[in-house]
Design a protein around this ligand. Structure first.
Ligand code: MN
Length: 490
């Protein structure tokens, strides 16, 4: 019970008004549901959902997300029904648990970049009813990756790949920089063990030197800011190993670590946006910006995922090139927690939008708006690249739906598609022999209109034939063609 107390305290520390009864109930419910189950590490299974919930509390998520973190494996792994979850915890919670169970079914079918981006897109569209599904899933994956050493090597490689190709990019696109970096660094040694070892050995002395240098440089920054009366906090961060490895492979870097200026970057945190620009001026007064690669102002022009900060590269002490990132405390919070930070603001601060807050550059987007905005940004990002052509081939995303097979494969179908269309999309023979269908475990008519996120199961009978009546409701050419073909044979 000490664990429960810790979790409760953690939530109270950022959300004193939170209703914690449901969290306590979920804790008890999940610990009983998983009783007797063990993780590969030999620990009781409940440690995993508990740690997932605890990570969500670190991200200052709302109580419902934390409840869902505690319950997220009870349906898939402990035989609890969604009905029961709904009865005990309400529809919001059961819908979220259901979403997570579905996401867990999405498998990586290929390894080409096109396939993975497409999978991500399908996933988010299928799940976009509530982005908290993705956030809980990321916390779940983070804990699984933290304990991956207990799994057989083959599983480690598979999970590591999946994390690098699906979950880390998901985190990045949601602006959750911290979790993205952690997921990548945990996957790196699983997928590329040799390269990982070599890089650790190669980079260690460089990191050490860079950190020592930064300590000196930060003393200078504190002094010049104090002289100008700008209140700042100086932090530094080391580049994540996986992103360092990727950067070293770029042709212009050509594995030369001396060409990487942000191995360790300095962050200057200020209270207001005005102070960000003030600090920039003060720094440039002492250390000149490097021509050509100098300044990026992501405050004036935020990145598509919402990231805001000023980046500048300067000739600092001993003419050494140093990357500086200048942002407000609030932007720092957002850069680490991304979309997760919005739930916190909504919960605790939305009623108190003051001029002072606005001056500080705080973001107060109502819950719905903020994730819709993120989705739009995401779509823009995809269509702005080579994805654009793909998207065009896609018949327009709005008119497609994404449904799951019982094995977890994702199928995209046009709007209005029915179980018969789905069956033909899986296999011609399956379409021909269809006799009935279940959607999300319930029997439905063959003319049922599928929705994104539906899990579709086809009932069939060997040798059964399609009937012409199906033509009244099917929408795909594939289904129409095959039904007609069979009709002509008769
Ligand atoms: Mn899990």
């Amino acid at each position: 019970m000490a664990e429960l107390q810790n979790l409760i305290e953690k939530i109270k520390s950022y959300n004193p008004e939170a209703d914690l009864k449901l969290v306590e109930k979920a804790f008890e419910f999940a610990s009983i549901a998983h009783l007797g189950q063990k993780r590969a590490s030999g620990e009781p299974y409940f440690v995993h959902p508990f740690m997932t919930a605890s990570i969500l509390a670190d991200y200052k998520m709302d109580p419902v997300s934390i409840v869902v973190g505690l319950l997220h494996d009870t349906v898939e792994d402990a035989g609890i029904s969604l009905k029961e979850i709904e009865k005990e915890f309400g529809k919001e919670v059961s819908d979220l648990v259901n979403g997570i169970t579905k996401v867990s079914l999405v498998k990586l079918k290929g390894s080409s970049e096109e396939v993975f981006v497409e999978n991500i897109r399908k996933m988010i569209l299928a799940m976009s009813k509530d982005l908290r599904v993705v956030i809980v899933k990321l916390a779940d994956r983070l804990h699984n990756m933290m304990t991956i050493q207990y799994l057989p090597e083959e599983r480690q490689i598979k999970l590591g790949k999946e994390t690098l190709e699906i979950y880390a990019p998901l985190a990045e696109r949601l602006g959750m920089g911290e979790i993205k970096g952690k997921l990548e660094d945990l996957s790196f040694p699983c997928v590329y063990p040799e390269e990982y070892k070599n890089l650790v050995n190669y980079s260690k002395p460089y990191f050490k030197k860079a950190n020592e240098f930064l300590e000196k440089a930060s003393r200078v920054v504190y002094r010049i800011m104090a002289e100008e009366g700008i209140k700042v906090r100086v932090m530094y961060r080391s580049k994540h190993l996986y992103s360092l490895w990727r950067k070293l492979q770029r042709p212009e870097i050509n594995n030369d670590i001396d060409k990487i200026y942000d191995l360790v970057a300095m962050r200057i945190l200020t209270e207001t946006v005005r102070d960000c620009y003030g600090a920039l001026g003060v720094v440039h007064g002492v250390w000149k910006p490097v021509p050509w690669i100098g300044i990026s102002d992501f405050i004036a022009q935020p990145k598509p995922n919402g990231y805001r900060s000023i980046h500048t590269k300067v000739f600092s002490l001993h003419e050494r090139i140093l990357e500086l990132q200048i942002r407000t405390f609030e932007m720092q919070e957002e850069a680490e927690r991304g979309i997760a930070s919005h739930w916190f603001y909504v919960e605790t601060k939305s009623k108190k939008v003051t001029d002072e807050k606005l001056e500080k550059g705080g973001v107060f987007t109502p819950k719905k708006l903020s994730w819709v905005k993120q989705l739009v940004a995401w779509q823009k990002e995809l269509t702005g690249s080579k994805e654009f052509v793909e998207a065009l081939k896609f018949d327009g995303l709005a008119s497609r739906i994404f449904v799951f097979s019982p094995k977890g494969d994702v199928f995209d179908l046009p709007f209005g598609a029915t179980p018969v269309d789905f069956a033909y999309a899986v296999h011609t023979k399956l379409g021909d022999e269809t006799t009935g269908a279940k959607v999300n475990g319930k029997m439905v008519g063959l003319d049922y209109k599928l929705k994104s996120g539906d899990l579709v199961e086809i009932l069939k009978k060997e040798g059964s034939k399609p009937t012409e009546g199906w033509l009244d409701f099917v929408v795909t050419n594939m289904a129409k063609r095959n039904i007609l073909k069979n009709a002509r044979k008769i």
